[in-house]
Design a protein around this ligand. Structure first.
Ligand code: ADP
Ligand code: MG
Length: 245
């Protein structure tokens, strides 16, 4: 991890009508840093992730990515989206395309890269997430854990500078959670900058550089995992931890 910030949120505010879902949120994520975001349902974690790749516009404050303010539209927005990979709870793979086609689609269509190069990279990514031998299958033929690993490979195919994960294991059967967390852990060890919303406290303890606790739209605490779990400072964090640990 370097000292240089890749993602910087400065006094970010976001409203949905009267609902103030992000309240003066300040967050700086260094290159190579892994930040795990935890907090109760409805606290604004997904909105925070979506704001970072501008799936949600914000009402005030600034977000910069790699030294530039987030673009509002056009080609620079498309470039931002390719530089910030996102993995959701639902895998959103194209059902009528093979696993390999799913992974190749972004680089071919968005980035207009050469098919042979894209194919090679896609295959090596599928190997990396342990799905290389399933490349010609269709999503429905794979388990949920395998589909989520394909979704990770698909995001990586765009060669992102950062990866956002929004509860990537919440929709999985329990026995498949581990295989997805293993892929995320190795990605973290390889130095990928990651923002991960998850309820998997084991992952937070072992893979995160920092845990950020959100409640009611506010970023309440931010600390290394050992410190956060041993000594949460706010009552809200203590209360949250007492319910999930
Ligand atoms: P979390 O991911 O922490 O559960 P969210 O970011 O999804 O929280 O939501 C924060 C709050 O914003 C919640 O009260 C939610 O109901 C509300 N919200 C989220 N998306 C929308 C939307 N598109 N329109 C209106 N309200 C929304
Ligand atoms: Mg959410």
């Amino acid at each position: 991890m370097s000292d240089e910030a890749l993602i910087v949120l400065d006094k970010v505010n976001k409203y949905f009508g009267p609902l103030h879902v992000l309240q003066d949120v300040d967050l700086s994520v260094a290159r190579g840093e892994v930040v795990v975001v935890i907090g109760p349902s409805g606290s604004g974690k997904s909105t925070l992730c979506r704001a970072i790749n501008r799936l949600e516009p914000i009402n005030s404050g600034t977000i910069t990515f790699d030294g530039r303010p987030l673009p509002a539209e056009g080609r620079s927005l498309a470039r931002l989206r390719s530089e910030v990979g996102m993995v959701f709870q639902s895998f959103n793979l194209f059902a009528h395309k093979t696993i390999l086609q799913n992974v190749m689609l972004g680089p071919l269509k968005v980035r207009k890269e050469k098919p042979a190069e894209v194919r090679e990279r896609a295959m090596s990514l599928l190997d990396r997430v342990g799905i290389g031998n399933q490349a010609e299958k269709y999503p429905a033929q794979l388990s949920g854990g395998q589909q989520q690993r394909v979704a990770i490979a698909r995001a990586l195919a765009m060669q992102p500078k950062a990866m956002l994960f929004d509860e990537p294991t919440s929709a999985l059967d329990p026995e498949m959670v581990g295989e997805v967390l293993d892929v995320m852990t190795s990605l973290a060890r390889e130095g990928m900058t990651m923002v991960v919303v998850t309820h998997e406290m084991g992952f937070a303890r072992h893979a995160a550089n920092r845990v950020v606790f959100m409640a009611d739209g506010q970023l309440v605490e931010s600390a290394p995992p050992a410190e956060f779990f041993a000594n949460p400072k706010s009552d809200r964090a203590k209360d949250f931890l007492s319910k999930i640990l």
